[in-house]
Design a protein around this ligand. Structure first.
Ligand SMILES: *Cc1c(COP(=O)(O)O)cnc(C)c1O
Length: 391
């Protein structure tokens, strides 16, 4: 039988065909009226996609570039920043803060869990200049309470900046960026916006722009003040990833097209799509005998499950690839072999979920020798979908 290659990974995610066509056709110089028009249109769309009145900047880098830009532009050596970490991406914030000479105060939760807001409150002392966190910790598929943290900052540390890695949070979480007071919210192209890796985007509040003037860090490629001056004119400081910008425009058009051209509504539909597919996947995999790795605060971007005791998640990853040409993610670092992760962010639909769970029934039965009744995982997912569709 033939097998289609399928990505079920939380970045890179499956590519939108319309974006692929737009990228292939983007034979364009970046210092032209054509590119300026495209770039300004995409920046305006991105503001709606992020859901903010703040500036949104686009950088030619992977998501980590925007994380580094946030630390480089907003902090100074010797400053205290509060890092909330519960996985590999939270640890990246800690390492970045150290690399720029900050003194990270690290509040960690065990892998698979999120923070207790009472602990966050205690850690929010007056010296804290910024709070660095994930909205969705992709390594453990945990959702963190950005709204809760934002509220605490307003209450007890109103000077502190809230910097959120929303790289898998955007497109899978309903944010109120300006209402909650998120100063920086970061996204990446290879996640919910359905295009290849290579672009990062971030919203920047007025409070964050003011803080940048005080930062003593050296900045060059990632000088956000320089980017802002250029981007209002449809320019970039350096050569942008032109084709990806064209692809991003096509993807945002597609998302708007899900709600008759209304991008805000389209974004809400995309988030709800991820939420329902994640819930259906959790139901399906639990029905097969897997244990949710993040049962109390699961992310809608991806689902992580632990394989039963004595089994190796690498066998599941391998079997899906060899039998069904499908790629899921293993655990990262010390979680490798213990969990696997399947994504729902971006260009995934309900039929993808059903196909994945159908394949997982074969793997559970043949590779893991679990007792499987055909249709067991699929039926559990169908119930979740039917309930959501009836609302
Ligand atoms: C994918 C991802 C990143 C960015 O990784 P890059 O490889 O630099 O694009 C950062 N944070 C989270 C939560 C992610 O999922």
């Amino acid at each position: 039988m033939i097998r289609k290659t399928r990505l079920f990974t939380p970045g890179p995610t499956p590519l939108l065909p319309a974006a692929q066509f737009a990228m292939a056709a983007a034979d364009m110089h970046h210092r032209t009226p054509e590119f300026r028009a495209l770039f300004q249109r995409v920046l305006a769309q991105l503001k709606v996609f992020v859901g903010t009145q703040n500036d949104v900047l686009l950088l030619s880098s992977s998501g980590t570039g925007a994380m580094e830009a946030a630390v480089a532009n907003l902090t100074s050596p010797g400053e205290k920043v509060l890092v909330l970490t519960a996985g590999k991406f939270g640890e990246r914030w800690r390492d970045l803060a150290k690399a720029y000479g900050c003194e990270p105060v690290v509040l960690s939760a065990p892998y698979g869990q999120t923070f207790d807001l009472a602990d966050v409150k205690k850690a929010l002392t007056p010296e804290i200049k910024a709070v660095l966190m994930q909205a969705s910790e992709t390594s453990t598929a945990v959702n963190h309470d950005v709204q809760g943290v934002a509220k605490l900052i307003k209450e007890v540390a109103p000077e502190a900046l809230l910097v959120v890695d929303g790289i898998t949070g955007l497109g899978t979480t309903h944010f109120d960026v300006d209402g909650w007071g998120i100063d920086v919210l970061i996204g990446g192209s290879q996640k919910a916006v359905m295009i290849p890796p290579g672009l990062a985007y971030l919203s920047v509040s007025e409070k964050a722009w003011a803080a940048m003037e005080k930062s003593k860090n050296p900045r060059y490629y990632f000088d956000l003040r320089k980017e802002r001056k250029n981007q209002v004119k449809g320019e970039t400081a350096y050569t942008p990833a032109v084709a990806l910008v064209a692809g991003l425009g096509a993807a945002l058009d597609y998302i708007a097209g899900q709600a008759n051209g209304n991008l805000e509504q389209g974004r809400i539909a995309l988030v709800n799509n991820a939420i329902v597919n994640a819930a259906a996947t959790r139901a399906g995999l639990t029905a097969l005998g897997f244990t949710l790795f993040a049962p109390t605060s699961p992310s809608a971007a991806a689902t992580a499950v632990a394989v039963p005791e004595g089994m190796d998640s690498s066998d599941v990853v391998k079997a899906l690839k060899t039998r069904f040409a499908s790629v899921i993610a293993n655990g990262q670092g010390e979680m490798k072999g213990k969990i696997f992760r399947v994504a729902h962010l971006g260009f995934f639909d309900y039929l993808d979920t059903i196909a994945f769970l159908g394949a997982m029934e074969h793997i559970a039965k043949d590779t893991l020798k679990l007792p499987v009744e055909w249709g067991q995982a699929v039926a559990a997912a169908q119930k979740v979908y039917a309930e959501a569709a009836s609302k």
